[in-house]
Design a protein around this ligand. Sequence first.
Ligand code: COA
Length: 374
Amino acid sequence: MSEDIKKGLLGIVVDETTVSQVMPDINSLTYRGYAVQDLCEKCSFEEVAYLVLNKELPNKTQLNKFKKQLEENRNITINLREIVKHMPKRSHPMDVARTVVSVMGLEDKETNSNSPAANMRKAIRIFAKTPTAIAAFFRSRKGKNVIPPKKKLSFSENFFYMCFGKVPKKEIVKAFDVSLILYAEHSFNVSTFTARTITSSLSDIHGAITGAIASLKGPLHGGANEEVMHMFKKIKKPENAAKWILDALEKKKIIMGFGHRVYSKGDSRVPTMKKYYLKVAELLKEKNLPKMSQIIEDIMLEKKNIHPNVDYTTGPIYHLMGFDTDFFTPIFVISRITGWSAHIMEQHAANKLIRPLSKYSGEKHRKVMLLNQR
Ligand SMILES: CC(C)(COP(=O)(O)OP(=O)(O)OC[C@H]1O[C@@H](n2cnc3c(N)ncnc32)[C@H](O)[C@@H]1OP(=O)(O)O)[C@@H](O)C(=O)NCCC(=O)NCCS
């Protein structure tokens, strides 16, 4: 391949952003200048969502107003609820997530306005409603009644409530909140870049988020958290872990939940998420999963010098919390909507059509033969 082609845009800086900064050399990730580890310990997910969307952490009044806005926008239309109920039960929940955001675009009166104020209102509506639609499919595909959202519950509590009909212990809710904080934003990853690319043609926020969800689904991106759990299910018990992983490496397989395009010395989100994963496992008296995780992590480091990424820890934690494996990436969606929306608004504020070049390597100057001559 020619030297001037940067396949996968490897190492290419395409724009500026003020939403987040990844500094792989010092294992740092900041949102609007705040370290994510600090945000996880001191803030709720709602505070971080406000920060990502509005550039500043909220004071009490601003936070209460934001929470109220979310509560008031949580309900989905009867039309959308019926669509969700009638979706094929075998549909992947990520395809459902993509479709519900697209339908919300059909229903939203401001779809065609890209003014900053309209985009912020739409971002809040998408952020508030998507968990309700995803939880509706979580239950309806099992033939269970759909549980409407409940006011006065936090974002995380309400999601548990809509999926399971109850809110778990506060330690579990906190761990879930932390996972959402860590998933909220991560600079120019594949799905965010997709959202910005769609936006760059001056398309709308529902379309950009629909495209971003399709991009997040892939196993090399958000879909990795589901693949991690499939791997643990195949391994079954800690005694099998070392042999399984060594065999996989021997066969040159890619191990899901490891490696990262930007971080080479470890994903800055992992230590925090791992701490909460181990807390939840201890609380639920689960020993096998953390043991398997550690064995595989150690072997990957020793044999390949490849570190786990955040999906390696969110996969098992969501499993312990009771979510179906194919709902792990939709959980990622309900959080990343904040980061995508911030980037979409940033792109609109200083737009330049994203249109790279390609080097043609196909056939040259062929003469068209008439049909009866071919
Ligand atoms: C994330 C990912 C796509 C980054 O890819 P990338 O920057 O293009 O890096 P490459 O795929 O070129 O990997 C570089 C080398 O490390 C190896 N490698 C990278 N991730 C690996 C993994 N998870 N398991 C085994 N080997 C891995 C590659 O095989 C390659 O080896 P080679 O040089 O001998 O061919 C890649 O690490 C991956 O597929 N990980 C698993 C999926 C995943 O967890 N995704 C979530 C990311 S947050």
